[in-house]
Each structure stands twice: as C-alpha cells, then as structure tokens.
Design a protein around this ligand. Structure first.
Ligand code: HEC
Ligand code: HEC
Length: 134
C-alpha cells in the first residue's frame, strides 16, 4: 500500500531536476561558445612543426602580417584554427599539396606567392636540424 502511494511523489520528483538539468546544459553550451571565441582571439606566434628532416618553425605572426591580417587567406579554407589538426602537407615531399594548391602548397609552390619546396630543402628556410643532434 505504501509503495503505491509513493508513485505520484516520484513523478513530480522528476520534474524539478529536469529544470536544473536544462539550465546546467544551457550554461555548458554558453561556456563552450565563450571558449571558442576566446580561442579565435588568440592566434599563436609561432608553431614548431616536427619533422624527421629537421623541425620547421612556422611564424604565424609574420604570415598573418604578410596577408595584411586577413585570417581568411588561410582559415578555415586551408587550415583549421587548431594547432593539433593535421596540416596534410608532409606526404610525397609536399608535391601533392603543391599540385593541388592546398595546405602550405597553396602559396609555397612554383608560380605561387611564396617560394616552393624545389631547391629549398637545404638552405635552412624551412627544415632546421638542431645543433645538438648534428
Ligand atoms: C598563412 C596562413 C595563415 C594565416 C594568414 C593565419 N593563420 Fe592561423 N594558423 C595557420 C596554421 C598553419 C595553423 C596551424 C594549423 C594546424 O596545425 O593544422 C594556424 C593555427 C591558428 C590557431 C590555432 C592555434 C592553436 O593553438 O590551436 C588560431 C587561433 C589561429 N591560427 C588564428 C588566426 C588568426 C586570428 C588569424 C588572422 C589574424 C590567422 N590565424 C591567420 C595559418 C595561418
Ligand atoms: C597565404 C600564403 C601562405 C601560406 C598558406 C603559407 N605561407 Fe609560408 N610564406 C608565405 C610568404 C608570402 C612568405 C615570404 C616569402 C619570401 O620571403 O620569399 C612565407 C615564408 C615562409 C617561411 C620563411 C620564414 C618566414 O616566415 O618568413 C617559412 C618557413 C614558411 N613560409 C613556412 C610555411 C609553412 C610550413 C606553411 C604551412 C603550414 C606556410 N608557410 C603556409 C606565404 C604563405
């Protein structure tokens, strides 16, 4: 008998936490939005790209400046605003990217707005072997 009486109480008991859940969820969504905005406002100065042939320092500030701070020159068509996202540039000694005019190869290629990879492997423009490693 007592168990039957407690059932209506349970039903109303569900309604209150639901409101709480909705406001918690709304707060969460708002915070995610703020975090995304904050990230967009903080472009990196430099990114060190790891490579066996010697790491490459991508000067983000210099690159943005040369594009007159037009972020759309690269984002998000060529690159995500996420340093952990793959660049899709390494494969095939950069030739596929240069041919398809994607990733760094959108500019860095023969006939592009910047020097291509051919003939630039050994002049320290890109890959730099650390002195310690020899
Ligand atoms: C010449 C191309 C280029 C231009 C112009 C450029 N970026 Fe980037 N940006 C990159 C690359 C490359 C990455 C790294 C992407 C990757 O690793 O996949 C990056 C990454 C980022 C990141 C992510 C950093 C992190 O720590 O995850 C932010 C934020 C960013 N850029 C903001 C901007 C803003 C704001 C502008 C305009 C003022 C801008 N970028 C202009 C190439 C560019
Ligand atoms: C929107 C066009 C554009 C894209 C995309 C781009 N670059 Fe550049 N980059 C340039 C220009 C322009 C220069 C200056 C060329 C010169 O001085 O002859 C440059 C110069 C450089 C230099 C020489 C150092 C410096 O910053 O002056 C390096 C290294 C370099 N880029 C690496 C990269 C890498 C790695 C990527 C891809 C993650 C990339 N770039 C993508 C336009 C671009």
């Amino acid at each position: 008998m007592k168990r039957v009486d407690s059932n209506p109480g349970r039903a109303t008991g569900y309604n209150l936490p639901m409101g709480t859940l909705i406001s918690v969820f709304t707060t969460f969504v708002l915070l995610c939005g703020l975090a995304a905005l904050a990230q967009e406002k903080k472009p990196p100065e430099k990114l060190v790209l790891q490579a066996k042939t010697g790491n490459v320092t991508f000067d983000h500030t210099a690159h943005a400046k040369r594009e007159k701070n037009d972020c759309k020159a690269c984002h998000d068509k060529l690159f995500k605003q996420d340093a952990k996202a793959p660049l899709n540039y390494k494969a095939g000694m950069h030739k596929p990217a240069e041919t398809a005019k994607t990733s760094c190869g959108a500019c860095h290629r023969a006939g592009g707005s910047a020097f291509g990879t051919v003939g630039n492997c050994a002049n320290s423009k890109c890959h730099v072997k650390s002195a310690a490693k020899g």
